[in-house]
Design a protein around this ligand. Structure first.
Ligand code: NAP
Length: 250
């Protein structure tokens, strides 16, 4: 099978796919032949532009608005995908936010909103999608965590707790789902050039990255594409693949 159609006939749902890393993941999976459902929360025009870009390259995609921190909206989204496509083969839990601040002054709402989307959202989407994947005895789930979930980061206690939680969640689900042919892995980006990082002071960050630069969204998407589409990834589950320019070596 040619590398360009490994996901032909498959359906992928990418959360937070209107911008940044999620947008690149949507484009990569569509390039591999998947029909991509572009989830977004508040940027319909950007989501539509992703759909248009995929269609202009001969791919298939449609968009769906849902707040993935909301149980009812997640259930409705997955139901809509299954009704329209009849199957769901790849789930990429990518949607995420930051609400940074030193712990002493961190508002409870900033703690809660980050946990709600970055961790509970991953739980809600995975739980709902797992029902059809386990029944089909196949599927690939990829969770976007962060190197901050491995190493911690001052000013990001909420974000690093959520991202560390995603790693534990990934491993538990991998162990639960393995006997039914469903793999669950995580990708941990370092610092990637997106809206999320555009206001950071990059000088000290670059000094800590052996490759000496920020990563690009398509470099994260390439790792996701491997886990979602490559036949060789069928024997990988419960793993955390770092895409961080060598920033965190363990
Ligand atoms: P981004 O450019 O800020 O994009 C965030 C995406 O998430 C947007 O598509 C946004 O949709 C969506 N989103 C926000 N709230 C949502 C909600 N409640 N429900 C559904 N979608 C929602 O972020 P990014 O840098 O691409 O980050 C993507 C993922 O990578 C996140 O999980 C992030 O934590 C992780 N990550 C990023 C970096 C980095 O350096 N950038 C590093 C490590 C990990 P709308 O446009 O509709 O708001």
């Amino acid at each position: 099978m040619s590398p360009a159609n490994r996901l032909s006939g498959q359906v992928a749902l990418v959360t937070g796919a209107s911008r940044g890393i999620g947008r690149s993941i949507a484009l990569e999976l569509a390039a591999d032949g998947a029909t991509v459902v572009v989830n977004y929360a508040s940027s319909p025009d950007a989501a539509e532009a992703v759909v248009a870009e995929i269609e202009a390259s001969g791919g298939k995609a449609w968009r769906y608005q849902a707040n993935v921190a909301d149980e009812g909206e997640v259930d409705a989204m997955v139901k809509a995908v299954l009704e329209r496509e009849g199957q769901l083969d790849v789930l990429v839990n990518n949607a995420g936010i930051t609400r940074d601040g030193l712990l002493m002054r961190m508002k409870t709402t900033d703690w809660q909103s980050v946990l709600d989307l970055n961790l509970t959202g991953v739980f809600l989407c995975t739980r709902t999608v797992s029902r059809s994947m386990l029944k089909a005895r196949s599927g690939r789930i990829i969770n976007i965590t962060s190197v901050v979930g491995l190493m911690g980061n001052p000013g990001q206690a909420n974000y690093s707790a959520a991202k560390a939680g995603v790693i534990g969640f990934t491993r538990s689900c991998a162990a639960e789902f393995a006997s039914r042919g469903v793999t669950v892995n995580a990708v941990a980006p370092g610092f990637i050039a997106t809206d999320m990082t555009k206001d950071l002071n990059v000088e000290p960050i670059l000094a800590a990255i052996p490759l000496g630069r920020m990563g690009q969204p398509d470099e994260v998407a390439g790792a996701v594409r491997f886990l979602a589409a490559d036949p060789a990834a069928a024997y990988m589950t419960g793993q955390v693949l770092q895409v961080d320019g060598g920033m965190v070596m363990r």
